[in-house]
Design a binder for this molecule. Structure first.
Ligand code: SIN
Length: 308
């Protein structure tokens, strides 16, 4: 059953002769929408770009299908959303485009992966372990794995604002004003303990640039003002000021809330999909069900404000 809902059409006068009408088709529970009638490689005029940006802020994850993008075109589009972050994982940059990172399980002859091979294995939101996390992520699908005609390697998104909204009032009161620690080193340790670490170790210089940071457990969306849960299984190590057992129990309860499928949009990739998500409004998880079947995507991050 197709549960899509077409939400808005752009005025006919805005679409231009012979161009498909722009529309937004909601695919998930208030998050995850396809924005149709947009060809990123051709370039978007200001009105078209605003249409895309408004859909992003309203539906938190947007999907632009059937895009045919060179790295420079992905970069040009991404830059319109804000300042791009160059990842400290410089060894996984797209050649000639350090502002784009390769996410991939494909290995070179020497056995090293051409990209980050374990990205998204735990629920997270991009760069939460930095003082100023990424506001948006733009991910472009180049090679999408399939087995027996079934698409693999989905990305699942959960709505941080719907998950917050649905919390009991007593829990909202309990977490109001609390802060939690986010740590990249904790994240790597957690993956290592589970035997899932698939990337080159950090150098001491990289580690020194990644001190733990504290953020509010409920952050306010800087554009639409929605309160969003901001603790992740991947990177949040502790609630500031609570004894360890209380902190662990509280984090577990909030992660359980975020993992409720009622708040999820699960994206099944096609080659040429360009996805943009809002890291304040959603958290995400990559599904590792494809083993060695090649998967390759190019990722870009846009700097955000310090969470408040
Ligand atoms: C990520 O978590 O940034 C990557 C998501 C994916 O590969 O599906």
């Amino acid at each position: 059953m197709d549960s899509s809902i077409t939400l808005r059409h752009s005025p006919p006068s805005d679409t231009g002769a012979g161009r498909p009408e722009r529309e937004v088709v909601l695919k998930g529970p208030g998050i995850g929408a396809e924005v149709r009638g947009v060809d990123v490689a051709r370039g978007l005029d200001d009105e078209a770009f605003e249409f895309v940006r408004n859909a992003l802020h309203e539906y938190s994850v947007i999907v632009l299908r059937d895009q045919d993008l060179a790295p420079a075109e992905q970069t040009a589009f991404t830059k319109r959303l804000g300042e791009m972050r160059v990842s400290f994982y410089n060894r996984y940059g797209v050649p000639g485009h350090p502002e784009l990172s390769v996410v991939s399980n494909i290995r070179k002859e020497d056995g090293e992966a051409i990209g980050i091979a374990d990205a998204g294995m735990l629920w997270h939101t991009d760069a939460s372990y930095l003082k100023t996390p990424d506001m948006y992520t733009v991910l472009y699908g180049l090679q999408i794995p399939q087995r027996d005609g079934q698409v693999l390697g989905d990305t699942v998104f959960t709505s941080a604002w719907r998950a917050y909204e649905a919390l009991p009032e007593a829990m909202k009161k309990r977490i109001a004003g609390l802060r939690a620690t986010h740590s990249f080193i904790h994240h790597l340790d957690k993956k290592k303990r589970a035997g899932n670490l698939k990337r080159a170790p950090l150098t001491e210089a990289q580690k020194a640039e990644l001190p733990d940071v504290d953020h509010p457990i409920v952050r306010t969306h800087p554009v639409n003002g929605r309160p969003c849960l901001f603790v992740t299984e991947g990177h949040t190590s502790a609630v500031v000021g609570l004894p360890e057992d209380e902190s662990d129990a509280l984090l577990e309860a909030l992660w359980t809330q975020l993992k409720n499928p009622a708040f999820h949009y699960r994206h099944s990739w096609r080659k040429g999909d360009l996805i943009v998500w809002d890291n304040c409004a959603v958290h995400h998880l990559a599904v590792f069900d494809y083993g060695d079947i090649p998967r390759r995507l190019h990722r870009a991050g846009i700097l955000g404000p310090e969470p408040f």
